[in-house]
Ligand binder design. Sequence first.
Ligand SMILES: [Zn+2]
Ligand SMILES: [Zn+2]
Length: 339
Amino acid sequence: MPRMKAAQISKPGGDWELVEREIPEPGPSQVLIKVEACGICHSDVLVKEGLWPGIQYPRVPGHEVAGRIAVVGGSVSVWKPGDRVGVGWHAGHDFQCEACRRGDFTMCSKRKVTGINVDGGYAEYMVAAAEAVALIPNELSPEQAAPMMCAGVTVFNALRNSGARPGDTVAIHGVGGLGHLGIQCARQMGFNTIAIGRGKDKEALARQLGARLYIDSAVADPVNELNKLGGARLVLATAPDGKAISALLGALSPGGKLLVVAAPADALTISALSLLNSRTSIAGWYSGTARDSQDALEFAVVSGVRPMIQVYPFAQVAEAFEQMIRGKARFRIVLTMGN
Ligand SMILES: [Zn+2]
Ligand SMILES: [Zn+2]
């Protein structure tokens, strides 16, 4: 049996284990992917620390996967060996439930998550459902494509479905792993893009990424600053800080929306009067399908949006993960399989 290297977690809070496993065989509606690069996402902590209800161990995390199709299952006709493909958070759906019957595949009642419900891309090979696979354009390297499969598609899909229109004022809260992509996407979609960060040190970068204005929340109140400009049509909350996100409801123009893609540990505290008086709304956004991810990749090609990455060899997974946890990543860490 041919074997592969994989990085697994075998219990909640367990250490990274570099192990050898048999290369998995794809089922009839699956493909086998030779992984070339895999991004490290903060959500991988759910596997590391056992925070996902019902998670089974051992588990190979990784839901920002870029590689090549190695083998296709017997009933797969859309993919062929050698295709450059990516796999993201959405690992597949059942095509049967009420949400699927309405074509709303990410809301599938039996949806699976890559690297959580099934093994992911911290390995030399992985199996993926055919419907969970996106084609990677030739213009993007595996290392550039990988972070687009979770961070990239999340902000891209949230912004393009937000209802904001070209020229609208859109504030991106947070200049980090999600935010640095959010600023670029918002600018390239034609929004009047404003970045909100903490500290002067991020201003130059935020402007370089496309922000027309940078609000330093360490020295100015973002709500006041945005209201001086007439308020934001949309605030995209990418920084995991429930208190700061809650306050930003007051920064919206009438009818504006606070769109949350961060997952703070602390609760949001929302004033109903604030919602009523300005007819504002607060909503979340959930990732996207594989075709949404492919749209995000294609948008990156036409717009020049690129993740800022730090590349680590696969064998240094523990060190790379630690770098991400400490908040030191600038801004997405990608493991490269060196093949
Ligand atoms: Zn992720
Ligand atoms: Zn379904």
